[in-house]
Design a protein around this ligand. Structure first.
Ligand code: NAD
Ligand code: TYD
Length: 360
């Protein structure tokens, strides 16, 4: 039975990955989820699995070396899947230090503890061990509106403190592979959407505001482009890279699904109007008049677009979820999980939202 150590498994992609893995492998794997439960981590995302014998939750910070060492000392870990990070660009613009701490230093701790646990006296590594570092396409910088794609060979050119800290963490993983021959892979994925995403990010924020008849804030001219991938397709890609990918390689993950932000906002309005019964009061307010163009994000990257040729050709991964289906499924999920949304938007979220959008 393989034992997976997942970091940041209580967040958006990590929790979807854990659900995907238990769905696929059932009781033939064991998962240990280490998460500090920051504002973005939510144990509710995992309530269906928390009583499973083959699932363990450890509340710890990845920067806490002793806590991470203890997990490796007490368990024979076969796979590390490293999601834990500070992940929101706007927060990184306001408060960069915590991004450097978690994303760079925290990754160094994870690498070092895995290396210490897996390294043999002759400097080689125990058979079959693998570390997967989950990263982002934002490390490659920004593309022109009609200016090509990000490949694995595209030079790094991060602009935000978030993407700079992720680039730093990627470089550390590369350094471990080059220096020690440490058994790792890196995946650089485009923007994800789906259930359990915290409503500071575009799609859940717009759904939440729209359902409340609140303004829908669109940064700048709304024409920035992101390449959206349904989160379950990302979870599948991560699993396939660990099982079939060549060690020491980087794989870009994305689905050629580029959309301008304003298109996304209009699709959400349309889909919600379509879903709400005529008699529902919210429907009357839900028009494009709610769209409000606000001050642009500082250093706002214009366009991201992944070329997923390598992962398709080498591993046979392809996105399976069409955007029109994935976005509907996502909106339905938020619609059916009002309590989840209420819980995560009480307290600190209100403060964040007011500070973030007051000036806009
Ligand atoms: P998220 O913000 O939803 O979740 C992050 C999780 O990490 C939370 O559960 C949080 O509690 C935990 N965490 C944060 N700091 C920690 C620390 N110091 N110690 C332990 N746990 C800590 O993020 P996400 O959107 O699920 O992203 C997961 C990973 O995927 C990140 O590394 C991110 O860079 C990468 N990624 C995200 C996207 C995207 O569209 N969301 C796209 C590509 C790559
Ligand atoms: P986001 O979901 O924060 O992801 P990222 O910045 O990592 O790509 O933002 C997606 C896009 O939506 C990005 O171009 C910024 C824009 N955006 C808005 O226009 N309004 C908003 O309120 C938010 C949160 C984002």
């Amino acid at each position: 039975m393989k034992t997976y150590l997942v970091t940041g498994g209580a967040g958006f992609i990590g929790s979807n990955y854990i659900h995907y893995m238990f769905g696929k492998y059932g009781d033939t794997i064991r998962i240990i989820n280490v998460d500090a439960l920051t504002y973005a981590g939510n144990p509710e995302n995992l309530k269906e699995v928390e009583t499973k014998d083959n699932y363990t939750f450890v509340k710890a910070d990845i920067c806490d070396k002793e806590a991470i060492e203890k997990i490796f000392a007490e368990n024979e870990i076969d796979r590390v899947v490293h999601f834990a990070a500070e992940s929101h660009v706007d927060r990184s613009i306001k408060n960069p230090e915590v991004f450097v701490q978690t994303n760079v230093y925290g990754t160094a701790v994870m690498l070092n503890c895995a290396k210490a646990a897996w390294e043999l006296p002759d400097g080689s590594f125990k058979e079959g061990k693998r570390f997967l570092h989950v990263s982002t396409d934002e490390v490659y910088g920004s593309l022109e509106e009609d200016g090509g794609y990000f490949y694995e060979t595209t030079p790094y050119a991060p602009h935000s403190p978030y993407s700079a800290s992720k680039a730093g963490s990627d470089m550390l993983v590369k350094a471990y592979m080059d220096t020690y021959h440490f058994p790792a892979n890196i995946t650089n994925c485009s923007n994800n959407y789906g259930p359990y995403q915290f409503p500071e990010k575009l799609i859940p924020l717009i759904i939440n505001n729209a359902l409340q008849g609140k303004k829908l804030p669109v940064y700048g001219d709304g024409k920035n482009v992101r390449d959206w991938l349904y989160v379950e397709d990302h979870a599948k890609a991560i699993d396939m890279v660990q099982e079939k990918g060549r060690l020491f390689e980087t794989y870009n993950v994305g689905g050629h699904n580029e959309k301008q932000n304003i298109e996304i906002v209009k699709i959400i309005i349309e889909t919600l109007r379509d879903m709400l019964p005529e008699t529902d009061e919210r429907r009357a307010h839900l028009t494009e008049d709610l769209i409000t163009y606000v001050e642009d994000r500082k250093g706002h990257d214009r366009r991201y677009a992944i070329a997923p040729d390598k992962i398709r050709e080498e591993i046979g991964w392809e996105p399976e979820t069409m955007f029109k289906d994935g976005i509907r499924r996502t909106i339905e999920w938020y619609f059916d999980h009002e309590d989840w949304m209420k819980n995560v938007t009480s307290g600190d979220y209100q403060k964040y939202y007011e500070e973030m959008y007051r000036a806009k």
